[in-house]
Design a protein around this ligand. Structure first.
Ligand code: F6R
Length: 609
């Protein structure tokens, strides 16, 4: 999604803006731009495509100043083009960048046209630039103008504004979209994501909903949604700037797949004490809330939703609590029945996904016993707004396709299931046994990496297919869905996943000699059923790619490739079986020459609905 960065300093800020925008590139974007204020007024440069195109433009067009704003755009209103790229300028006085969507932009646009403003772009953002300008005519300060303009906006926004009449200040506000202030020595920043400014400063202040901030090189003043002056707490980010690099890997996705053994360990170890799950990692009030829980309602999007689906099997079978898993975009617009003692769980890598965040806010107005976020970004809105938080320790995930965030979510969900089971009578011995199974996950994942070469070979053939089917049963069904999602999003091969038992209820019609069918078949009580389903595929001449373990009893043949994974216990087999599917998607995308880390049309952090 769009990325925003701004800086006020005693030196030229353009290099910092460009570096910040480059660090936001992973979020997905189609154009980029910067604007600065200096003694000659406003200067702006914009370019279509990536930030390096903007840098090339800046090499020929002199843009420098001590105060500036920058933006990477992911088109919502109006096609990707230079004219639609941010910043947007009003009356040669005000430049503005915006993340989010202004829902009432058409009404405001009509009003502003009637006032004489001329529009150059198709964006909702240009409306905000003119609106701030119109308000500035009636207000004493730019902060007041931005505050007044924000009162007129419906929808979500994070905005940063500079004016040629206030060359030392940036005014910023947010509602629904993330925005933080980075605090450094004699320079301050604004960013939609700490990643943009982490190498410059680890210190940040999060703006609350409706806050308006005035940021100078050595000053930060904030008023809240009521217009009252407030002091917000400064925090230090726990993320490391070093982890934002690709290191020796060719792609972020590749790096992130291959660090899963490490981040799984890093997620698991702090959550254990004396061989048991340490409930304190979920916060002080965890025991109080969790010991009452009889139902769990999990809400998430995309890959995180698949993690929730996996967990529903464990939560019901191990803990005997009922579990409902739902897409956040569906949940937020319906009236859900909330049983007494229900725990509301959100899953999110970014903690800023608009639908998941809206779902949490909606849930907080309902009668849930408590809310828990399983999230990877400590600075995120989801973390701040939930009653309990269980952080995944995956580190920054830069590749758009989620990998290590997913497997660490699975780890935390298993730990949560063990904890809930404890409150419902799980013996100490059994708990220690389950924890021992979880401890094997990093090593089992490492063993799964040894399939790397074999997967690369099969990916070469898969890359030629038009359509692929993924099959699994039980917990392997959501893993099949996750495998299909990974493949389609980065290789653009249409892929669909079905619970294997559903095959003959429709999808079997798709199977012929051309269609590769990827099957997940670990040795478990459902194996015999999976085998019957695969026999139906074989009978129609389908090509099978089977991921199984040595006890599953599959053999390679001319139409069947079997890749053997380590034998893993029930709790961790979803984690172990995910790894080869990520590699399969990765290598298939490489053979097809697609952009692995930034697939077309997609964004990392989906901060608009
Ligand atoms: C797919 C993917 C997305 C995200 C989804 C939710 O690889 O990454 O489907 O899982 O956009 O994002 P988070 O987890 O940040 O809420």
């Amino acid at each position: 999604m769009c990325g925003l960065v701004a800086a006020a300093s005693q030196r030229d800020v353009v290099p910092s803006l460009i570096e910040g925008l480059k660090r936001l590139e992973y979020r997905g974007y189609d154009s980029a731009g910067v604007a600065v204020v200096n003694e000659n007024g406003l200067k702006m440069a914009r370019a279509l495509g990536n930030v390096s195109h903007l840098s090339e433009r800046l090499a020929t067009q002199r843009v420098a100043g001590h105060t500036g704003i920058g933006h990477t755009r992911w088109a919502t209103h109006g096609e990707p083009s230079v004219v639609n790229a941010h910043p947007h300028i009003s009356s040669d006085e005000i430049a503005l960048v915006h993340n989010g969507i202004v829902e009432n932009f058409e009404t405001l646009r009509e009003e502003l046209v009637a006032e004489g403003y001329e529009f150059r772009s198709e964006t909702d953002t240009e409306v905000v630039a003119h609106l701030v300008h119109a308000c500035s005519k009636r207000c004493d300060t730019l902060l007041d103008a931005v505050y007044q303009a924000a009162q007129r906006l419906d929808g979500t926004y994070a905005i940063a504004v500079v004016s040629k009449f206030h060359p030392d200040k940036i005014i910023a506000t947010r509602r629904g979209s993330p925005l933080l202030i980075g605090v450094a020595d004699k320079e301050n920043y604004l960013a939609s994501d700490i990643a943009a400014i982490l190498p410059l400063t680890p210190y940040y202040i999060t703006l609350e909903e409706g806050d308006v901030a005035e940021v100078g090189a050595d000053s930060v003043n904030i008023v809240d949604a009521n217009g009252d002056v407030v002091v917000r707490e400064m925090r230090q980010s726990r993320q490391s700037a070093l982890e934002l690099n690709k290191g020796l890997y060719e792609h972020y996705m590749q790096k992130e797949i291959f660090e899963q053994n490490v981040v799984l360990e890093r997620t698991l170890v702090p959550a254990l004490k004396d061989g048991m799950v340490n409930e304190d990692v979920l916060g002080e009030n965890a025991r109080d809330i969790l010991s009452d829980i009889e139902h769990v309602h999990i809400v998430a999007c995309g890959t995180s939703y698949h993690a929730g689906m996996v967990a529903s099997y464990t939560l019901e079978s191990l803990c005997g609590v009922s579990c409902k898993v739902e897409l956040a975009s569906e949940y937020r617009y319906r009236r859900a029945v909330v049983n007494p003692n229900t725990l509301f769980v959100t899953l999110s890598q970014s903690g800023e996904t608009a639908d998941t965040l809206a779902a949490l806010r909606f849930a907080k107005r309902s009668l849930y016993r408590g809310t828990l976020a399983i999230c990877n970004v400590p600075e995120s809105s989801l973390v701040r707004e939930s009653d309990m938080v269980f952080m995944t320790q995956a580190g920054p995930e830069i590749g758009v396709a989620s990998t290590k965030a997913f497997t660490t979510q699975l780890m935390n969900l298993s730990l949560l299931a063990i904890l809930l089971a404890r409150y419902r009578g799980l013996s100490r011995r059994r708990e220690q046994g389950l924890v021992d199974v979880l401890r094997r996950a990093p090593e089992q994942v490492q063993r799964a990496y040894s399939l790397d070469n074999e997967i690369r070979e099969v990916a070469e053939h898969l890359a030629e297919s038009q359509y692929t089917l993924f099959l699994g049963r039980g917990q392997m069904y959501p893993i099949a869905k996750e495998g299909a999602l990974k493949l389609k999003e980065i290789s653009y091969i249409y892929s669909e996943a079905y619970a294997a038992g559903e095959l003959k209820h429709g999808p079997l019609a798709l199977v012929d000699e051309q269609v590769p069918v990827v099957a997940l078949a670990p040795f478990n009580p459902l194996l015999a059923k999976v085998k019957s389903n695969l026999a139906e595929v074989r009978a129609r001449g389908g090509k099978l790619l089977v991921f199984a373990d040595k006890d599953s009893g599959f053999r390679n043949s001319s139409r069947e490739t079997v890749l053997t994974l380590p034998k893993s216990g029930g709790l961790i087999s979803p984690i172990v079986y995910t790894v080869p599917l990520q590699l399969l998607a990765y290598y298939t995308a490489l053979y097809r020459g697609t952009n692995v880390d930034q697939p077309r049309n997609l964004a990392k952090s989906v901060t608009v609905e």
